[in-house]
Design a protein around this ligand. Structure first.
Ligand SMILES: O=C(CO)[C@H](O)[C@H](O)COP(=O)(O)O
Length: 232
């Protein structure tokens, strides 16, 4: 079970990568929130950076803390992105999208010179797949897309996968910031994340999937005393 100190220590270690003048991608989730708060404190003390958010949730947080944001269409270069993850394996491959923000998160992380992942030890896995893999799909034709996603999972060697449309506790469907749905793919174990990523990207109706392959360069795992940094 994650504790808040582990998340805070991961976020604090990520602050070491921040330099004056940078444009920084701000991740989404409870771990990324600590980073945004710490960054806001440094900005109040004179640090000069510009930021780009990965979700409406993070935009609201950043605005409330006085963190300067620039519109995505004005972005020329992103030096650093700091974001959480739902799972991270020994290659630095990730599952993301537990907070339904995977599309913007991937656009920003993939465009960054350096993506730093911050997480607590519960996110470290030998093989990806225990956490249901989020796949963002267009509302139009989503039942057709869900069948094709199921086929892609089976073709990638996943035994009896389950594909579920994400809903809130009251039953209302979760809608992403881009107005799409999320399919949560219960895999238990993904034998080959790279081949699955390629197959999912080929399904019409799939806007993006939560496998982040070869994007993270640094993974910081917080613990109660500090943090361990892995470079890829
Ligand atoms: O991918 C994400 C949101 O889409 C988050 O980074 C991921 O869900 C981890 O969140 P948390 O730090 O709260 O565990």
């Amino acid at each position: 079970m994650a504790n808040e100190l582990e998340k805070q220590n991961a976020a604090a270690a990520a602050m070491e990568f921040v330099e004056d003048g940078m444009t920084i991608g701000l991740g989404t989730g409870s771990t990324a929130k600590y980073f945004v708060q710490m960054l806001a404190e440094e900005i109040a003390d004179g640090l000069v950076v510009r930021c780009i958010e990965t979700s409406e949730q993070t935009r609201r947080l950043a605005e409330s803390l006085g963190v300067p944001l620039i519109p995505s269409e004005q972005i020329e270069r992103i030096h650093l992105t700091v974001d959480g993850a739902d799972e991270v394996d020994e290659h630095g491959f990730l599952i993301k999208g537990g907070g339904a923000a995977l599309l913007r998160e991937k656009i920003i992380a993939n465009a960054s010179d350096h993506m730093v992942v911050i997480a607590d030890p519960s996110k470290q896995v030998e093989r990806l797949g225990k956490f249901p893999l989020p796949v963002e799909v267009t509302p139009f034709g989503y039942t057709i897309t869900a069948k094709k996603v199921y086929d892609a999972l089976c073709s990638s060697g996943i035994d009896r996968p389950r594909v579920e449309l994400r809903a809130q506790p009251g039953g209302r469907l979760v809608m992403t910031d881009g107005g799409n749905y999320i399919l949560d793919c219960h895999c238990q174990r993904i034998p080959d994340a790279e081949s699955l990523a390629a197959r999912l990207s080929n399904v019409p109706g799939v806007v993006e999937h939560g496998l982040f392959i070869g994007i993270a360069r640094t993974v910081i795992i917080g613990n109660e005393a500090g943090a361990t940094v892995f470079e890829f």
